[in-house]
Design a binder for this molecule. Structure first.
Ligand SMILES: *Cc1c(COP(=O)(O)O)cnc(C)c1O
Length: 454
C-alpha cells in the first residue's frame, strides 16, 4: 500500500534534469516555493482521500511548472480594441505614434540628459525638454508637465489657491470619472470654494459679484463628459477672464481633453482648444497628454511665466513629476503637431479622420477574408470622458452567432484578447480602432473563435 512516505522529497526532485530546467527558467527560490506548494497540496489531497494514488515525479514536476507559469505571467497585456471607442479609458486610452514609441524606447535603454545640461556640464531641468515645444505650439510663456491632468489641477490649485477663495460656477462642479470630482480636488488643495450660479445657469454678473469679495482665483472646469442642454446659460471664457482681470484675479482653465486641433474637422462638435483658452487670456491652462492629444499619460500645465514659476516651486510638483519616458514620448507627440503631421502620425487623430468609405473598405476586406459577416453602417465614439453624445459615422462587421455571451467571452479569452461590442444579438467590430498592423492577428483570432465555437 502506498503511504505519504513514498512521496519523493524536495531534495530528490531537485536532482532531476526537469527541475534543473525549471530553475534556469524561473530561478531557484521561486521554483522551490512552487515545488513545496505542489507537494503540500498533494499531501493534503491524499490525506483527504481526494486522490487514490500518489502522482508520479513527472506529474509533480509538470504541476510545479504550471504553478510557476501562472505566478510569472504578466497581467497587463495588449488587447485589440474593435469596440470603436477611440479613447477607451479601460483599454489604456491613446495608442502612441511610432516616433513616440521610439523616443520612449531610446531613453529607457540607457542614461539620458534628463536633468543634465550637456553644454555646461552641470545639473539641468527635466522640464526644458517639453517647455520650448509647448511654448511654440500654444504661445504660452511657460509650461510644465506632471503625471496626469488630475495631478496638474491639484498642483496648480495647491500652489495658487491654498487658503484662498476660489470662484467656480455650479455648472462646472462635475465628476470627470474615476472618482475625480472637481469640488473635491479643489477642497483637497486647501482652496475655499465660492460657488456661484445655479446648476443650469451662471451669468457674468455672478462672477462680478463674487469677485468683489477678495477672491484669489477663478477656476473654470470643462465639463468634458457631461452635456448641459435646455434652459442653460454660461458666459464665454473671454468674458470671465475680462471680469477676473479687472478684479486683478488670475483664471485657471482645466480643459481636460486638451485638443490642439479643431474637432469639427471630423464631423463632431467643437471641443474647446488649448490655443483658444490661451488667446482669450486664461492665465493657466491644464490638459491631459493621453486624451485628444494622443500621447502618453501626462498632465500639461501652461500659462503665465510668473505663475508657472510658482507652481514649479511647490513641493507637490516633485511628488507628481513626470518620468523620463513620459517626457520623451510627450515631446515626440507634440512635435507631430508642431510639424503639422498629427493627422498622419498620431494614431487617435488618424482614427478620427478615417472616412466612412475607408472604414467600409476595411470591413469589406475583413468579411472577404473570413467568408462571412454583414457589412453594416454604425457609429464610432471618441470616449475617454470627452465629447459625450458625439459619434463618427463608420462601417462595422456584424456577425450573427448562436450565443453572443459565449462568443464575446471567447474573444476576450483569445491571445491577444479582442474587445468587440454587441447590439441586437449581433457582434459588431469597428475597424476605426483596430490598428492597420493588427489586421492579420485580429482576423486569425476571429477565425479561430468562429472555428472553435461553431
Ligand atoms: C479627464 C479630465 C481630467 C483628468 O485627466 P487625467 O489626465 O485623466 O488625470 C481633469 N479635468 C478634466 C476637465 C478632464 O476632462
Amino acid at each position: 500500500m502506498t503511504t505519504l512516505r513514498d512521496l519523493p522529497s524536495v531534495e530528490q526532485i531537485l536532482q532531476t534534469q526537469a527541475a534543473a530546467d525549471l530553475i534556469v527558467r524561473f530561478g531557484r527560490p521561486l521554483t522551490l516555493e512552487a515545488l513545496r506548494s505542489t507537494l503540500d497540496e498533494i499531501r493534503a489531497r491524499f490525506k483527504a482521500a481526494e486522490i487514490p494514488a500518489l502522482p508520479s515525479q513527472d506529474l509533480i514536476l509538470s504541476q510545479t511548472e504550471s504553478t510557476l507559469t501562472a505566478w510569472t505571467k504578466p497581467t497587463l497585456l495588449p488587447v485589440i480594441n474593435a469596440s470603436g471607442v477611440i479613447l477607451h479609458t479601460n483599454l489604456g486610452r491613446a495608442p502612441l505614434s511610432k516616433a513616440t514609441i521610439h523616443a520612449m524606447d531610446l531613453v529607457s535603454r540607457g542614461y539620458s540628459n534628463l536633468e543634465y545640461d550637456i553644454e555646461k556640464g552641470v545639473r539641468g531641468s527635466r522640464l526644458i525638454h517639453t517647455e520650448a515645444i509647448l511654448q511654440k505650439l500654444t504661445g504660452a510663456e511657460g509650461a510644465l508637465v506632471v503625471n496626469n491632468c488630475a495631478s496638474a489641477v491639484l498642483l496648480v490649485l495647491s500652489a495658487l489657491a491654498n487658503k484662498k477663495r476660489v470662484v467656480i460656477s455650479r455648472t462646472q462642479l462635475v465628476e470627470i470619472g474615476g472618482g475625480f470630482r472637481v469640488p473635491d480636488v479643489m477642497k483637497q488643495s486647501g482652496a475655499k470654494l465660492i460657488e456661484i450660479g445655479a446648476t443650469n445657469k451662471v451669468r457674468i454678473s455672478d462672477y462680478e459679484e463674487a469677485l468683489t469679495e477678495s477672491a484669489g482665483l477663478v477656476m473654470r472646469a470643462h465639463r468634458s463628459n457631461f452635456k448641459l442642454v435646455g434652459f442653460t446659460e454660461e458666459p464665454e471664457l473671454k468674458d470671465i477672464v475680462k471680469a477676473a482681470h479687472e478684479a486683478g484675479v488670475p483664471v485657471v482653465d482645466d480643459l481636460g481633453s486638451g485638443a490642439l486641433y479643431d474637432t469639427t474637422r471630423y464631423g463632431i462638435v467643437h471641443e474647446p482648444t488649448v490655443q483658444e483658452s490661451m488667446q482669450v487670456g486664461a492665465d493657466i491652462v491644464c490638459f491631459s497628454g493621453d486624451k485628444l492629444l494622443g500621447g502618453p499619460q501626462a498632465g500639461i500645465i501652461i500659462g503665465k511665466a510668473e505663475l508657472i514659476a510658482k507652481i514649479k516651486k511647490h513641493p507637490l510638483a516633485r511628488a507628481v513629476r513626470a518620468d523620463k519616458t513620459c517626457l520623451a514620448g510627450l515631446s515626440a507627440t507634440l512635435l507631430h503637431y508642431l510639424k503639422d503631421e498629427a493627422e498622419r502620425e498620431v494614431p487617435i487623430v488618424r482614427m478620427m479622420s478615417m472616412t466612412p468609405k475607408q472604414a467600409k473598405g476595411r470591413v469589406e476586406a475583413w468579411a472577404g477574408e473570413l467568408g462571412q459577416g454583414q457589412i453594416v453602417e454604425g457609429e464610432s465614439t471618441v470616449g475617454g470622458g470627452s465629447l459625450p453624445d458625439e459619434s463618427i459615422p463608420t462601417f462595422l462587421l456584424s456577425l450573427e452567432v448562436k450565443s453572443v455571451e459565449r462568443f464575446m467571452k471567447s474573444l476576450r479569452r483569445s491571445d491577444p484578447p479582442v474587445i468587440a461590442r454587441t447590439a441586437n444579438d449581433k457582434i459588431l467590430f469597428d475597424p476605426r480602432t483596430v490598428l492597420p498592423e493588427q489586421d492579420e492577428v485580429f482576423l486569425s483570432v476571429l477565425k479561430k473563435v468562429l472555428h472553435d465555437i461553431h
